[in-house]
Design a protein around this ligand. Structure first.
Ligand code: HEC
Length: 163
């Protein structure tokens, strides 16, 4: 009697196991085919993945002559020229955010009329207001990494744009 029950139990377990296994199998393969359907458009081929995760910007150091020319060009300009370059870069990266469009009624880049009354205050006043902030104008254009000289170069560049 006992051994018969054990036998039934054993057979029963196997049947249950097969059913469960079959179900899991069906569920898994359904999931896989659904997943395949959604994933295939975004190919997982190596080069596609590399393409998708590659850095946004790349530094091109492939052409040595170009690099040499650039080094010479950076070294050559006079002090005035290079600080205006630096100012132009800062204006572009930090100040243009507001001053390009005249956001919050900031004086627009290149707008001689808008700048005239400000320039009349004297350039030192403009430096000070740009460095320390002035009404809606944030100190250092909101970029605390800029040194006083950086901000002054940016102001100089803004003034030069109105001429
Ligand atoms: C968040 C917007 C914003 C950014 C970024 C910004 N400015 Fe301004 N700026 C203003 C506004 C607004 C004014 C006008 C303030 C006023 O007259 O009340 C102004 C005015 C100025 C003035 C005139 C000050 C005066 O005395 O009339 C100078 C100079 C100036 N900004 C320089 C800069 C420089 C340099 C940078 C970048 C380092 C910069 N700004 C970035 C909004 C900005």
């Amino acid at each position: 009697m006992a051994s018969q029950n054990t036998g039934k139990f054993f057979v029963g377990s196997i049947i249950i196991f097969i059913i469960v296994f079959g179900l899991v199998n069906v569920i898994l393969s359904t999931m896989l085919s659904v997943a395949k359907g959604t994933v295939t458009p975004e190919s997982m081929a190596n080069e596609d993945v590399v393409e998708r995760i590659k850095p946004v910007a790349k530094i091109n150091i492939g052409e040595p002559p170009v690099v040499e020319v650039a080094v010479v060009a950076v070294a050559a300009p006079t002090a005035a020229g290079s600080s205006d370059d630096a100012g132009a870069k800062i204006v572009k990266s930090t100040c243009a955010l507001c001053h390009r469009t005249g956001m919050m009624s900031s004086p627009k880049l290149g707008d001689a009329d808008g700048w005239a009354p400000r320039i009349e205050q004297g350039v030192d006043k403009l430096y000070a207001n740009a460095i320390n902030g002035f009404n809606m104008m944030p100190a250092r254009g909101g970029n605390p990494d800029l040194s006083d000289d950086d901000v002054k170069a940016a102001v100089d560049h803004m003034i030069s744009l109105t001429k």
